[in-house]
Design a protein around this ligand. Structure first.
Ligand code: ADP
Length: 406
């Protein structure tokens, strides 16, 4: 049996095909990325796919997610990655925001799609392409499908941590609250950490830093999310590749008057032109900023200091969520897994926590899926762990479809 995982963005669609090799055991058969979806003809989109030891790159017309879905199914069959559609047990679709009603991954029905459409405004850039992909695959690969939400992991947050200090009617009438993000990554990390520590998940106390293009921090108490830095939208919290993270909300009106643009245009600048890019004026990419800083570029160095200070600030605040000592601090995602300097700077800033990194292990780039990067005299163990959101999605699809077909 095969499981297909789909992660649709506004102009992209990532996929991964798993083959079941045992009970709850899966191997990756193929993966890839469709890019530049939605460009009108004659512009072309692109797919890069790898399977076995082969890698293909093809340019093709991708005016919508439908063409990507059809191409993917044809490609998987032509390359004999699947023999036919019936071999796909199910499809897992990533959904960034499930609002308050979805508390776990859910079998996709017409009603689920309608509910998702009713909360598009909670994730206007992310949820509509996910629904487009659901509809496209329903047409070209009519097999059961499951929605896996980035928000369900955070539904355990207490009201004191998910409400904003705003008129409560805004929450009651419009559901203005913190939803959080990267929940599928946090679920993977807490499960992986539990295995590493040889503890049940329900006993794990950790602060996880998911540092990628989008970045957030999560306090996980007894295996559950109790606080996280992303908010109503993915703009809140840490400084990110192009997003500002936390700022004085009055800046929106201030800059709208200065630049003579409306609030939506200012928010767009906070999303697209701020963060590491805004400060460094070089790139949103941490690798390029590291190189520029090492060559003496002061703006790049400042961007790293600001980014890492803000991660330290959240770790510091989130310590208050725990009654017992932390089991670990974990770094994950593109920057968290790969950048020694970012990790070092975060830990150095947290002076009273007395974290001590083993710099040889911290700098080790060739590790399998995790490494303990702190030394024995560190007050809290510090890990880098490679996240794997797709395997969590695959397991959810398998579990839900096994239950529904029983
Ligand atoms: P997302 O999934 O949110 O698009 P990723 O988790 O892939 O993001 O992270 C992308 C970030 O990771 C980029 O800023 C990139 O520069 C950074 N990154 C990836 N590899 C490295 C590396 N070897 N050293 C430093 N930063 C890295």
């Amino acid at each position: 049996m095969k499981i297909l995982i789909v992660n649709a963005g506004s102009s992209s669609m990532k996929f991964q095909v798993y083959s079941q090799v045992g009970p709850s055991k899966f191997d990756v058969l193929a993966k890839g990325l469709y890019e530049r979806i939605g460009l009108p003809a004659p512009a072309l989109g692109r797919v890069v796919a790898s399977y076995g030891n082969k890698k293909i790159t093809t340019e093709l017309a991708l005016p919508s997610h439908s063409e990507a879905a059809t191409h993917l199914i044809n490609f998987l069959t032509a390359q004999k990655i699947i023999n036919n559609i019936a071999e796909i047990k199910g499809i897992g679709h990533r959904v960034v925001n499930g609002g308050e009603n979805f508390l776990a991954s859910t079998l996709i029905t017409d009603q689920v799609i309608a509910e998702l459409e009713s909360i598009f405004e909670l994730a206007p850039l992310h949820n509509p392409p996910a629904v487009k992909a659901m509809r496209a695959f329903k047409k070209y690969a009519p097999v059961p499908a499951v929605a896996v939400f980035d928000t369900t992991f955070h539904t355990t947050m207490p009201p004191a941590n998910y409400l904003y200090p705003l008129p409560i009617q805004w929450y009651r009438d419009y559901k203005v609250r913190r939803y959080g993000a990267h929940g599928t990554s946090y679920r993977y990390i807490v499960q992986r950490l539990a295995k590493i520590l040889n503890k049940p998940v329900e006993k794990v106390n950790t602060i996880v830093c998911h540092l990628g293009n989008g970045s957030s921090v999560c306090a996980i108490k007894n295996g559950k999310s109790v606080a996280t830095s992303m908010g109503l939208t993915p703009l809140e919290g840490l400084m990110m590749g192009t997003r500002s993270g936390d700022i004085d909300p009055a800046i929106v009106e201030f800059m709208s008057l200065k630049l003579n643009i409306d609030a939506a245009a200012v928010v767009k600048l906070l999303n697209k032109k701020s963060g590491l890019l805004g400060i460094s004026q070089i790139s949103p990419d941490a690798r390029e900023i590291e190189i520029a800083a090492s060559e003496g570029n002061k703006d790049a160095a400042l961007a790293i200091t600001m980014y890492t200070n803000r991660v330290s600030k959240y770790i510091s605040i989130y310590q208050n969520e725990f009654d017992e000592p932390l089991d670990a601090i974990v770094f994950t995602a593109g920057i968290g897994e790969n950048s020694a300097i970012f990790r070092t700077r975060v830990c150095q800033k947290l002076k009273t926590l007395q974290l001590k990194l083993n710099e040889t292990v911290n700098q080790d780039r060739k590790y399998d899926d995790y490494l303990l990067i702190s030394s024995e005299n560190s007050a809290v163990p510090v890990f880098k762990i490679r996240t794997n959101e797709e395997i969590i999605m695959c397991n959810d699809v398998d579990k839900i479809l096994t239950v529904t077909s029983a």
